[in-house]
Design a protein around this ligand. Structure first.
Ligand code: ADP
Length: 184
């Protein structure tokens, strides 16, 4: 029921290309959930929800911070806000009360230290769904068949390299996530 409503709204909120990405993330998240003993239902709902606000204009994202609580520092990089905003919509618009789902969505772009298995399922599915073709994606796909945590770490290494090379800011929580994964 919730998935029907959510997927319909996600389709209306996104370009066809990004909607296809979300469909890929859903399929991939369900596969990873099965492999790693994570709830398929939680993975599916989190995957449908995660990019709901991805195409909001920057101004709308930034304005939302006045009424929506977002994790510390997120507002300094507006591209990160779509996760916490989607989590907020999940709770207020779709009645999702499961904090595990909401947290996975909230942190799906940055990661966080002590990621749950559900966090990692969504994070990795977002990185490796079949529509992803960037350099390095194959190494993450291969790692994902053996270890979720290792796949997240390799994906974060890629993102860090990408952001540094592009001269873009890097959110410190992602560095803390990487450090935590290295000692995990
Ligand atoms: N850890 C990070 N720190 C700072 N900016 C980031 C981080 N991760 C991603 N970004 C920026 O946020 C944008 C959105 O990220 P993401 O949602 O993962 O992209 P995508 O739309 O490809 O799924 C990226 O294009 C990148 O510029």
């Amino acid at each position: 029921m919730i998935i029907e409503e959510l997927s319909r709204d996600v389709k209306a909120a996104l370009t066809p290309h990004r909607f296809q990405h979300v469909q890929g993330v859903v399929t991939c998240a369900v596969d990873l959930a099965k492999r790693y003993g994570v709830s398929i239902e939680q993975a599916e709902i989190a995957a449908w929800l995660h990019d709901l606000a991805r195409e909001w204009p920057r101004e709308k994202l930034v304005n939302a911070v006045e009424t929506i609580e977002v994790p510390h520092g997120f507002a300094t990089i507006p591209a990160l806000l779509h996760g916490p905003i989607a989590a907020h919509l999940g709770r207020t618009k779709y009645g999702i009360e499961d904090e595990l789902i909401l947290e996975a969505v909230r942190y799906h772009t940055t990661g966080r230290p002590d990621m749950t298995d559900l966090d990692m399922v969504l994070f990795v599915a977002d990185a490796i769904e079949p529509g992803r073709t960037y350099n390095g994606v194959e190494a993450i796909r291969q790692a994902a068949s053996k270890s979720l945590a290792e796949a997240v770490r390799i994906s974060i290494d890629n993102t860090i390299r990408f952001l540094v090379d592009a001269g873009k800011p890097l959110f410190p929580l992602t560095v803390l996530t990487r450090n935590a994964l290295l000692v995990r």
